[in-house]
Write a protein that binds this ligand. Structure first.
Ligand code: F6P
Length: 529
């Protein structure tokens, strides 16, 4: 069990939880009419309302005391000073340097300048394909951190989309992904970005080779690769071996974790999609949040507050699941992106000392854009009997202001968090006209904890703030659970086994050492080959 669990604040929180488990949010709001003012924070125009969390002032005090015991400030300094806090991979964690503006390291500025020049060449149509056609389509081939962040950001900022250029994303090893994308594209006017930190990832390399064959089948000459393939990678040797010219490789460094890499050359598809000026604003928004995180006192520190609330919900109130509901269609892919950011970072049970943590760490994160989710799984949140903590995220001003849409969207966002928090008693249901025989079905227990984040609008700057907010939340949780948020050993075993099974599926090799289930499945599949 983690050291923290033996600390005085942890013991105090255990007592708080015993009390608060029996109290309803209705009661907490009834006894304290000032809850909103007390439990909301603002940074610039970014608002976090956490008054609908099942906490009281004392809980918050104890949570902050816990953060003190865990040494958040010390870990912030260790990260900022470049210490190798990703200890299992012996790497620093410096993605903040990628968005530090004038204070960024020279090598970061140099790559940004190259990205800017490249965007200019593509947008102005100075860069041409092998047959002289301008580039109309860009396909980013990458997976995990080399896909989810850029894919989400390009979608989120589609209001800033550059004219005459479409940006596509291919990630899956399943040929349906690449084939479906290529079906509508012309090799003469398509540019591929092979995005891979390691440049060894199975899915990405398979897709990149197939895309290269698709190009060469039309171009007929290997020299066309230089006009149609660029790379974002730390592995310059492998990009060269693939045939990508050194001047077409946008470099980044091992101190940029994959899921923290959209600020690096991995952000190239974002810069191409929304223009380099907007990309800079995205970086500036994240930098602004970095400064907040490193300078705001704990009580007004947004990422730290969000982390403490997640710890509280997970380890004290038993919420094993965390819903993220962006009431912004443009932020539709945010939950997918956050799944990797949070679960690959903190879904671990071994601490920094190699010991079992022995308590739940990262909750299972999921969600979709509102209002769609309301017509799907919200039933369970309202009446399914499980504690699910949620983040509602919305925009004060719409990015696509069609008349009559946004007020309804906002009303639904606020209505859902209120319904989850306060529920509906049988008396209220009756007063609202429910038939007496249906009262058990029309009663809502409520008491589901949630926070609401409101962005003034969705711009590159506010998106940068939002993403950095979650990044630092993840960092704080890693410190609280005393785990390394920056490695991902848990994904390796499956990759290794897939490598062993691939030849067996082709009938090559001996499957005698396999378990009976896998052996049976392989035998079944081989009947179709
Ligand atoms: O398999 C997990 C992972 O290593 C992620 O952490 C990473 O974002 C993804 O694969 C892709 O890695 P790469 O950018 O090296 O292709």
């Amino acid at each position: 069990m983690s050291q923290l669990a033996h600390s005085a604040p942890w013991q105090a929180l255990t007592a708080d939880a015993a009390q608060l488990r029996t109290r309803h949010l209705r009661e907490l709001f009834a006894v304290d009419g000032d809850r909103y003012a007390q439990f909301s924070l603002q940074h610039g125009q970014l608002l976090l309302d956490f008054s609908k969390q099942r906490i009281c002032e004392q809980t918050l005090t104890h949570l902050h005391a816990l953060a003190g015991v865990a040494g958040i400030t010390g870990w912030q300094q260790r990260m900022r000073s470049g210490e190798l806090i990703n200890h299992t991979e012996k790497r620093a964690v410096r993605h903040m340097d990628l968005r530090a503006g004038d204070a960024a390291p020279a090598e970061v500025k140099a790559v940004l300048a190259r990205i800017e020049a490249f965007c200019e060449r593509i947008h102005s149509a100075e860069w041409r394909g092998f047959s002289g056609e301008r580039i109309t389509d860009v396909v980013n081939i990458g997976i995990g951190g080399s896909d989810l962040g850029p894919r989400m950001a390009v979608q989120a900022l589609s209001a800033c989309q550059q004219p005459d250029l479409r940006v596509h994303f291919v990630a899956n090893l399943d040929g349906a992904d690449l084939a479906g994308t290529l079906a509508s594209l012309n090799p003469r006017s398509t540019l591929f970005i092979v995005a891979s930190k390691t440049f060894t990832t199975l899915e990405t390399m398979r897709n990149a080779r197939t895309a290269r064959d698709w190009l060469l089948a039309v171009a007929g000459d290997a020299s066309a690769v230089a006009r149609h393939f660029v790379a974002a990678s730390t592995n310059l040797r492998a990009t060269g071996e693939f045939g990508i010219a050194p001047e077409n490789v946008f470099e980044f460094w091992d101190w940029v974790g994959g899921r923290f890499s959209l600020w690096s050359a991995i952000g190239l598809p974002i810069a191409l999609a929304i223009g380099f000026g907007h990309f800079r604003q995205l970086l500036a928004g994240a930098h602004d949040l970095d400064q907040h995180f490193f300078s705001a006192p704990p009580a007004s520190n947004l990422p730290l507050t969000m982390a403490l609330l997640t710890l509280w919900n997970t380890d004290f109130l038993g919420a094993a699941s965390h819903g993220v509901f962006p009431y912004s269609h443009s932020l539709e892919l945010l939950p997918d992106y956050l799944q990797q950011l949070e679960m690959e970072s903190n879904g671990k049970q071994v601490d920094r000392d190699g010991k079992i943590i022995g308590m739940p760490t990262c909750p299972i994160l999921w969600g979709t854009a509102g209002t769609n989710g309301q017509h799907s799984y919200f039933q369970l949140l309202h009446q399914g009997g499980q504690v699910v903590a949620s983040d509602f995220i919305t925009l004060a001003r719409a990015d696509f202001p069609l008349a009559g849409h946004h007020p309804g969207l906002l009303a639904n966002c606020l209505a859902q968090s209120a319904a989850l928090a306060f529920g509906q008693t049988a008396e209220e249901a009756q007063a609202n006209g429910a038939d007496a025989s249906l009262l058990p079905y029309r009663t809502f227990p409520g008491n589901q904890p949630s926070s609401t984040l409101i962005l003034p609008e969705l711009s590159p700057f506010t998106l940068g703030q939002l993403l950095a907010l979650y990044e630092h939340k993840v960092f704080c949780l890693g410190v609280l659970w005393n785990l390394n948020s920056f490695d991902q050993w848990g994904v390796e075993l499956g990759k290794y086994l897939a490598g062993k099974l691939t030849p067996l599926l082709a009938g090559d090799g001996d499957d005698a050492t396999l378990d009976a289930s896998t052996r049976g499945l392989i035998a079944h599949l081989r009947q179709f080959s």
